[in-house]
Design a binder for this molecule. Sequence first.
Ligand SMILES: NC(=O)c1ccc[n+]([C@@H]2O[C@H](COP(=O)([O-])OP(=O)(O)OC[C@H]3O[C@@H](n4cnc5c(N)ncnc54)[C@H](OP(=O)(O)O)[C@@H]3O)[C@@H](O)[C@H]2O)c1
Length: 279
Amino acid sequence: MVPVYRTELLYKCACFKIKKINQLKIQITPMKKLADKVAVVTGSSKGIGAGIAKGLAAEGASVVINYSSSQESADKTVAEIIENGGKAIAIKGSVVCESDIARLFEETVKTFGTVDILVNNAGVYRFAPLEGITAEDFHFMFDINVRGVFLTTKEAVKHFNGSGGSIINIGSVVTSLAPAGSSVYNASKCTADIITKSLSKELAGRKIRVNSVNPGMVDTEGNREKGIIGTPFEDMMLNMTLLGRAGQPGDIADVVVFLASEDSRFMTGEVLRVTGGMA
Ligand SMILES: NC(=O)c1ccc[n+]([C@@H]2O[C@H](COP(=O)([O-])OP(=O)(O)OC[C@H]3O[C@@H](n4cnc5c(N)ncnc54)[C@H](OP(=O)(O)O)[C@@H]3O)[C@@H](O)[C@H]2O)c1
């Protein structure tokens, strides 16, 4: 029989070892990939943008949720990030209004001190065959999908600090698929691809990397409003998708986190398709 004092000793030793193991576990918790980084995500009140904002915040970035009208959705996204231990604020402003964009970055720097990551996600889509497309549709899509990316990027880079940063443009699978019935949207997103490539060359000297993520069909509020998700059109799109499902905002967010982080430090000027294998 083991004497009582030995049992107590063994018990104390075991407790000490468990405490040490727990301390060690705390010490080896990996650093979050975007700790101390500040990210601005345009159009992140909902849809893919909200998913990206949540993904960046989960990796430690302080995130600015930009939106043009949906304040309630923006506040909800901010609340969700904060509840999960992250940092976020919402700033209203249209990506096509220069004074709004100037204020967006002024307020970002005032709150978080700098800007390291810009995600140009705000974008609009209207689908119609040639005879149904109007000049107004053309200007609406090119204004937000192209002019918005230029204006926002131009303002953002004024605030990036000497250590550089990462810009990620959200394009679309349409730039490689070129589907019928969306020629103007396709053209606007092809322009975004070429902006990525050109600006990667212009900004490399300042250690600012520029890449694109081009999603396939993703289940978002915008797609539901347009009657794409939950209709025969969705079935048609899924038949073209090897993985047989629509993407979720988180599927896109994970790739954006990669491009925002040091994991992609040797990548710039790239256009990554994230489509579930759409062809
Ligand atoms: N969903 C897809 O299947 C899919 C596929 C490929 C690419 N994309 C691209 O992914 C991006 C997001 O698409 P989504 O489906 O997530 O769209 P969504 O659900 O319609 O959300 C669009 C977001 O953009 C914001 N926004 C619109 N106009 C704006 C402006 N002028 N200034 C600032 N924010 C503005 C909206 O905010 P407010 O509501 O406040 O206006 C909203 O937060 C777009 O660039 C789209 O082209 C989407």
